[in-house]
Every structure is written in C-alpha cells, then in structure tokens.
Design a protein around this ligand. Sequence first.
Ligand code: ACO
Length: 427
Amino acid sequence: MEETATLILEGKSYELPVVVGTEGEKGIDITTLRQKTGYITLDPGYGNTGSCISEITFMDGEKGILRYRGIPVEQLAEKSTFVETAFLLINGRLPSQKEFISTSVALNDYSLVHEDMQIFFQNFPRRAHPMGILSSMMNALRSFYPELDNTLEEANKTYLRLLSKIRTMAAMSYKISNGQKVVYPRPDFSYCANFLNMMFDSPVKPYNVDPDLVQALNVFWILHADHEQNCSTAAVRVVGSGRVNIYAALSAGVAALWGPLHGGANQAVIEMLMEIEKSGVTVDEVVKRAKAKDDSFRLMGFGHRVYKTYDPRAKIMKKMCDTVLSKLKTYDPLLDIAKRLEEVALTDSYFIDKNLYPNVDFYSGIVLRAMGIPINMFTVMFAIGRLPGWLAQWKEGAEDPDWKISRPRQIYMGENVRDYIPLSERK
Ligand code: ACO
C-alpha cells in the first residue's frame, strides 16, 4: 500500500501522498493542499520545499554525497573532462566515442561570437563587473541567435552554442576590459586549453598552455557543473517557467549567481583572506567576529543550506590548491591563512553545533589566483562551470508536458481594508 501523510486541520483529516525518491528521499506531495483545505504552506527560503522531481543531480547533505546522473563527482573529477561531464548532465548519459568527437567539433565550430557583439563589450564602462556584463550579454545573445527550435537537433545545437560561446564571451570581456586585443579561439585546442589561451595569450607575450593547468581547470569546472535546486538554478527554472526564451532564463541564472551568499562567495572569500593578510588581524579574532551576534560579518566560504558536513567539492578543491601551487612552484600565503581559519573554525563549538564547514568557494579562489585569473572574474569562472547544470535543469523543465509556471503564494500581514483619503484632507 502506498504511504500517505495524515494532516489534521480544524478537526478534519486529509491524506496526502508521500513521494519517495530513488535514493530514499521522502517528500509529502501537497499539490492539492490548497484546493482541498484552503491552507497553504509557509517556507521562506524554500528550505523544506521540493520545487520539482528531477533526474539530474543527487545530493545528500548529511553524508556529503554529490552525484551527477548517478556518477559520484569524485570519479568525474578524477577521470572525466568538463565537456564529457556537460554532455552527461544535459543528455543523461556519458557520450559514446563518436558523440564525444562530434561534441568537441561542434564546440569548436560554435566558438566565435558575432563580431557585432564586440561593440557592446567595448561600450561597458571599464569598471563594470564582469558578472553584470555576462548577464547582459547572455540576454543579448537572443538578438543574435535564433530562438530555440523544438526539434531535438536544433535544441542540442543551442546548448552547444551556449557552452562554447560563454567561454569566448568571458575571455573577450576580460581582454576588452584591459584594453587588449581579443584573442580568437583555436580549433586545435581543447575546451579548457582554449579558454586559458584566449585569456592570457598576447601578441607581445605568447602564452604556453600548461597541461597541468588545463587539468586543474577541467576539475574546477566539473566541481561546479551542477548542484540541483540552488539559488541560480532555481532562478533559471522560475524564469524559464514563464516560457521566456532560454537566453533570458540563463541571464537570470548568472545574475542570481553573482550574489556573495551564492557564487559571488568565491570573490568574497579571497577578499576576506587578503584583508586578513593586509590588516594582520589574527585568525582567532576573525572567527570571534564571525560568531558575534551583533556583527553581520560571516566567515565567507563557510556554511551551506544543504551540506551539514564537509562539502565533497571543497575536499577536492583543497587538495587541488596544494597540487596546483606545488606544480607551479608558487607559495600563496592566503592558503596558509585559509587552512588556519578552517582549523580554528572546525574546533569551535559555534561552527560544530551549527554544522558549518568549508563549502566549494572556500578554497577555489586560491586555485584561480594561481592560474592567473583576476579576482573580479572568479564568479564568471563559476558561471561557465555551472552552465551545463542550468541547461540540463532548464531542459528538464521544458520537456515536462506539465511544466507549471512558478508562482508561490504568501501570507498577507498588511493593513485591513481601509478607505482612500484625498490629498487635500491629509496633513
Ligand atoms: N559564518 C558565521 N555564521 C554562519 C555562517 C558563516 N559563514 N553561515 C551560517 N552561519 C550561522 C547563521 O548566523 C545562523 O546562526 P543562528 O542560527 O544563530 O541565527 C546559522 O549559522 C544558520 O545560518 P543560515 O544563514 O540560517 O543558513 P542558510 O542555510 O540560510 O544559509 C549560507 C546558507 C547562505 C550559505 C550561509 O551559510 C552563508 O551566508 N555562508 C557564507 C556565504 C557563502 O559561503 N556562500 C556560498 C555558499 S555555496 C554556494 O552557493 C556556491
């Protein structure tokens, strides 16, 4: 017999269906709650609300598990590439050898952006944040490229076009903001190698693509590729549910990711570590500030809505800091500060009791700094990595014949009905 939940309201009882996921996750289906009872549920921040049924990513926040289409992220980080992982997320399975080649060819074929788009880039003020530029340009793509066609082939073209162009647009905005000549993508380079080359090659100083950095970038982007219904993905789904074009929905995702409580945390962490280094304040004092009730300061890169244990991505990222720095024979004092902060926080009862651990953003900035990525581009790096996830999640919604427009309810606590007072009668 199917399990149900019994809800008793005003002396009447109602049976609500229980939904059990493939990994045993349980939810109460309240789809008919308002219709049957007149009640709604109240859940600010949606901490207890499942907004969809999904087959893409599984997370267990208590055990620190993250899997894309069933495959543990640790295995993908060790053995896969970003392009293969993107294919997996979007199509639900790993590509065959033939599909892998055709995907790589298509990513090369679509890598140029319309020359007219350069004019937009050039007209942003020099100090414009790259995330603002990326969000605007993502939306602008709609004017240059056709609306997503309904055929599978056309839809796949759009996904590949987006995956390829986001990388070119990111590197292009960096070059233009520095007053440098744009470097075009090269068909003989892989996805990650191409990005590094477009960022750092210049006519006066040719860039030698380091295979270790290419590998590090693959891992970095794999770790960011999807994270089920997080803030930016939820934004893509909510905006997309109004049947807006895909570019506009993704532009909303980029904007949501920008926030320091979400993807913008990678920039905020490095700025915090740099400030600690510059001011000479002790790690203990920083932790003390983060705990103070009357201080809004938080330890950036710590805590997570879902993970109540060590974020599995942060574990890999921390190891990657050591690997990348030792391969580049570089010392970064910020890594020492970060490790010391982690040590102090993880033995402090405030952090222990609230289950606050490092999240993916805590160590990622140190890896990006070692690669030479400027700080204001950190969240753009996150966005490039997250794009396959946004695409997969958008596609899942769009392919659902019952994709409902997102429209939450509220409990109104404002004034009761009252009459309008004409201006002449008001003081
Ligand atoms: N430093 C100090 N205290 C913290 C921190 C932190 N980083 N994170 C949470 N807390 C405390 C809160 O003050 C709160 O304490 P209280 O119960 O005494 O009021 C408690 O822990 C629970 O925190 P909430 O904010 O209610 O948890 P929520 O799930 O809403 O927020 C979030 C999660 C936004 C990630 C939060 O932990 C945070 O602000 N962290 C710092 C920013 C950050 O690193 N964001 C990146 C997240 S990963 C990502 O999006 C890619």
